[in-house]
Design a protein around this ligand. Structure first.
Ligand code: FAD
Length: 429
């Protein structure tokens, strides 16, 4: 079987490795390094993590970890690479993004089944299909897919805005004003933390609200995904939205007292040469970012290795545009995976590829994963939704479970039962 994949991002790279490992012949097309058509991509490498370097929680009982546990059972290559290139981040799976992508490239290049064609930028689905003979064509061009490409697949697509958080160089941080710790002192003290008094918080908030932001294009409505809201949008919602949200101080103590707010920085690499300002994604102009973030204790002389920014994310309403297992309704030879297919997040994008690989290489028609598992919940939300469609990310509202349990035990129950049901499904294949 020959599979042509467009886009060597998270989903495209995982799919290529999966299909190659099952003996398929794969041609993987990628616009990088020279023909990338979005300024968001900062490296020439495949599988680039464009914003945070975290693949979220590895805490027992969390939906993000349940999804990863299920992907692990299905032998996700990128998840293995993430563990190999992990950097300290408390109970989250964060990676050195350069090592992560370099390892993906190495695996792609070492596979005798994968032909990696870089500098291949296609503008429409038709152009892509004409370029090579294959049994299946897979679109994995991600959330930054151009309007022309998205329209050529199906005109019914939506969008929302996603934002990137700034990064600060370690050498520019004043360590006398910050402290290393993990929330509730669990695990290693992997985060740098900036404690704020009420007065410092108020000054920062006012400066943030007054700062100059980049305008939106004409006719565009600024709709954001709840998980990745710019801080200025959160700040606009109320004086304490930040201190109850990304800057919440619970689990921290300075001189025996809980600060009014705490801003966390997560390391970008094991050497800790750069730090990501967690939750500080923003569309402030660069000069304003420098001014506003430099007001924070410890960041008076901050040097930015990357500024924050906001980008438009395109996605399909999967229920309308796709059939189960990511099949394009308009053309059954075509599959759409990754963020463009209606999932949201790094792990979720990789997940879509693991699932599709299974469907493509299975001899019999696949039964959907059980509804008690995260994969089953996401599968239903993508392909069988009856009401409004929103991009799908791992969360327990997707899971079907009849048990009415107390909140405290419910999460752990969902987690254990999800794993168990998924394992049975996986072993039955
Ligand atoms: C600004 C921004 C910030 C985000 N931050 C986070 C975050 O912090 N955490 C999180 O979990 N998720 C985040 N996401 C969401 C999402 O999980 C990632 O974008 C993820 O990388 C999507 O994976 P993908 O494989 O679908 O696409 P991508 O990883 O973006 O890969 C698409 C690939 O296709 C290539 N390509 C695109 N068009 C063409 C073409 N026409 N021809 C040839 N090649 C092409 C690109 O060069 C790229 O390599 C963010 C998204 C955006 C846009």
């Amino acid at each position: 079987m020959k599979i042509a994949i467009l886009g060597a991002g998270l989903a495209g790279s995982e799919l290529a490795l999966q299909c190659a490992s099952k003996g398929c012949s794969v041609v993987l097309f990628e616009a990088k390094p020279d023909k990338k058509d979005s300024s968001v991509y900062a490296t020439p490498l495949p599988g680039e993590l464009v914003c945070s370097n975290s693949l979220k929680s590895e805490n027992e009982g969390t939906p993000a970890f349940l999804l990863k546990e299920e992907m692990q059972m299905m032998h996700s290559f990128l998840l293995d690479i993430a563990h190999d290139t992990a950097v300290p981040a408390g109970r989250s799976l964060a990676v050195n993004r350069t090592h992560f992508s370099e390892n993906i490239l190495k695996m792609i290049r070492e596979s005798s089944e994968i032909e990696y064609r870089e500098n291949s930028l296609f503008t429409t689905l038709e152009e892509f299909k004409k370029s090579v003979d294959a049994d299946y064509y897979v679109i994995a061009t991600g959330p930054l897919t151009t309007e022309t490409m998205a329209n050529s697949i199906d005109e019914k697509h939506g969008y929302f805005y996603d934002a990137i958080a700034p990064q600060i160089l370690d050498e520019s941080i004043d360590y006398s004003k910050v402290f290393m710790a993990s929330r509730y002192d669990t695990g290693d003290p992997d985060f740098l933390n900036i404690p704020l008094s009420k007065e410092e918080y108020d000054i920062f908030l006012q400066a943030l609200l007054a700062s100059e932001k980049l305008p939106y294009n004409e006719n565009e409505k600024p709709q954001f995904f709840a998980q990745c809201m710019p801080i200025e949008e959160l700040a606009r919602r109320g004086e304490r939205t930040l201190s109850f949200g990304p800057f919440r101080p619970v689990g921290f103590s300075v001189d025996g007292r809980r600060p009014y707010a705490v801003i966390q920085l997560r390391t970008e690499n094991k050497e800790k040469t750069a730090w990501n300002l967690v939750g500080c994604q923003t569309r402030m102009r660069q000069a304003a970012q420098k001014e506003v973030f430099s007001m924070l204790p410890g960041l008076q002389h901050a040097s930015f290795s990357r500024y924050g920014s906001v980008h438009r994310n395109s996605y399909f309403n999967a229920t309308e545009v796709l059939d189960p297992w990511f099949v394009l309704k308009k053309d059954s030879q075509v599959r759409v995976i990754g963020q463009l297919s209606g999932v949201e997040g790094y792990s979720e994008s990789i997940w879509s590829a693991v699932m599709l690989a299974q469907a493509l290489t299975s001899e019999a028609e696949l039964v959907a994963p059980p509804l008690q598992s995260m994969s089953g919940g996401m599968f239903r939300a993508l392909f069988h939704r009856y009401d409004r469609f929103d991009p799908v990310h791992a969360n327990y509202a997707l899971i079907s479970n009849p048990n009415k349990l107390k909140k405290k035990v419910r999460k752990l129950f969902y987690f254990e039962s999800g794993k168990e049901h998924f394992k049975k499904w996986w072993l039955s294949l």
